[in-house]
Design a protein around this ligand. Structure first.
Ligand code: OAA
Ligand code: MG
Length: 521
């Protein structure tokens, strides 16, 4: 980092305050023989230093630093230490009543004084996670065109085909350890937001630093723009992406392949690529294809699965029985639904030594066409086929609940308000403590609210959701809902992969992460 550092400040390598970790494991060596970028980076000082978010400290520059870095006169005389800066900023943030204003204030801070941004995030995780992450990041993506100020990651569009390696070299950092990439086709439960999905990789990577301890400069947010099928965006004069319908098939595959090859060539084989918020069809295919040649994982399939399994195992302490003794019903048979289902089946199989085909039979999925049953086999997408069990056709979720009588109901469909009063009441009629997980994000897409789950179950439901809900008072008792979001696993999981120098992700690693998380719930 010599060419990029500010002499005396030594921020990049310091652990602690800035949230970075020292490179004691030598994980950067994977990148040692990469090609050198043709640019030179000058050492920032004076006015330029104040405009460099990686090194700017604002009023926290000490008298000594103001002398050493030519800052005299460029700042008002007061020196505010970082604690005071934090106090002032938290006070300011709390004045904003509109969540999106808080989001924009946080993004401004990240672009002005990165160190302070992470200090705020680390010290106030519970308060600020819903701002930089779900649910507010969802709204930010929807309005990204109008709130866009500065690029916070790399945009790789069809225009860059054949030049992706060069594009990677335009990014100012070389030692990249984690890339979070989306193509914007399924942003949370909000659908196709095209290029505006950039908010997701940016938000996810800020958690890699705040919760996982990775250096911000080692994190690269990427949005692949192959167009959008969102008519509203296509008509929007402020839309920031390619104004064309999505490329598919070979054209799509070729761009993604060029990207994956360029990443490995530029950053080495130990760079972690986290796939995020791709639509189902591409998500499964990309994961299957690149898990053989790259260090990749899909957060929506595998991250969500590990967190939910950890949560289920922890909740057995409340509801009793072993995992194998429960019956699971999912609403939603996409990435999260089938990912969680498979990891549950795998864990039961590990615990009971029963074959996977057997353990899958206690797990049922409902998609937009109804219960997934054997008679639908022909028309099912490949990732749904393992869940097509023998049963009569059922169309509605409520009927499926009444017929299957699950002990655990999991929503992962991206469609809000689908766990109706009747559904929750049915769950409560045959379970002492029904386990209800409304996982879809953001809050607007949640299958039901915490209040609904507790009220409709008369305080008997064990409830967790993907986006956070406040505690609920019911019948004079306070119920604190759980949060089952992949944010509880991916920063630690990714850090583990990087520290260990792994070059592939295996299922056992996911189960291990899940066991560890369970012990700490
Ligand atoms: O981002 C989140 O809050 C969880 C997630 O991966 C998704 O909903 O796609
Ligand atoms: Mg996601």
């Amino acid at each position: 980092m010599a060419s990029n550092g500010v002499s005396g400040l030594d921020m990049e390598k310091k652990s602690g305050g800035g949230g970075g970790v020292e490179d004691i494991y030598g994980e950067d060596s994977a990148t040692e023989d990469q090609l050198v970028t043709p640019r030179t980076v000058s050492v920032a000082s004076g006015y330029t230093l104040l405009r460099d978010p990686h090194h700017n400290k604002g009023l926290a520059f000490t008298e000594k630093e103001r002398d050493a870095h030519y800052l005299r006169g460029l700042l008002p005389p007061a020196v505010l230490n970082q604690d005071l800066q934090e106090k002032r900023l938290m006070h300011n943030l709390r004045q904003y009543k509109v969540p999106l204003q808080r989001y924009m204030a946080m993004m401004d801070l990240q672009e002005r004084n990165e160190r302070l941004f992470y200090k705020l995030l680390i010290d106030n995780v519970e308060e600020l996670l819903p701002v930089v992450y779900t649910p507010t990041v969802g709204e930010a993506c929807q309005k990204y065109g109008s709130i866009f100020r500065r690029p916070q990651g790399l945009y790789i569009s069809l225009k860059e085909k054949g030049k992706i390696l060069e594009v990677l070299k335009n990014w100012p950092e070389r030692s990249i350890q984690v890339i979070v990439v989306t193509d914007g086709e399924r942003i949370l439960g909000l659908g196709d937001l095209g290029c505006q999905g950039m908010g997701i990789p940016v938000g996810k990577l800020s958690l890699y630093t705040a919760l996982g301890g990775l250096r911000p400069s080692a994190c690269l947010p990427v949005t692949i723009d192959v167009g959008t099928n969102n008519e509203q965006l296509l008509k929007d004069e402020f839309y920031i992406g390619l104004k064309q319908r999505r490329a598919t098939g070979q054209e799509y595959a070729e761009l993604l392949h060029e990207f994956m090859c360029a990443v490995k060539q530029n950053y080495g084989e130990r760079v972690l690529v986290q796939f995020e918020d791709f639509a189902n069809h591409n998500a499964f295919e990309l994961l299957a294809k690149y898990s053989k040649t790259h260090l990749v994982f899909n957060d929506d399939i595998q991250g969500t699965a590990s967190v939910v399994l950890a949560g289920l195992i922890a909740s057995l302490k409340l509801v009793g029985g072993s995992l194998a003794e429960h019956t699971f019903l999912f609403l939603g048979a996409g990435e999260a639904g089938t990912g969680i289902a498979e990891l549950i089946a795998l864990e039961i199989s590990k615990q009971t030594k029963a074959p996977l085909e057997e353990t899958r039979k206690k797990i049922w999925l409902v998609d937009s066409k109804g219960l997934i049953v054997h008679s639908r086999m022909e028309s099912l997408q490949h990732f749904k086929k393992p869940w097509a069990h023998e049963h009569e056709s059922i169309r509605a979720l409520l009927d499926a609940v009444k017929s299957i009588k699950p002990t655990v109901l999991i929503g992962s469909s991206g469609v809000g308000k689908t766990f109706t009063k009747e559904v929750v009441e049915a769950m409560t009629s045959f379970n002492e403590k029904p386990l209800i997980l409304a996982l879809s994000n953001p809050t607007s897409q949640s299958e039901c609210t915490a209040e609904e789950a507790y009220t409709w179950s008369k305080g008997r439901a064990i409830f967790a959701s993907g986006s956070p809900f406040d505690p609920v008072e019911y019948n004079g008792k306070l119920f604190v809902p759980g949060q089952a979001n992949n944010a509880y696993i991916f920063p630690g999981f990714g850090l583990g992969l990087i520290m260990s120098g792994a070059i592939r992700v295996h299922e056992d690693m996911l189960l291990a992460a899940c066991e560890y998380t369970n012990q700490h719930i």
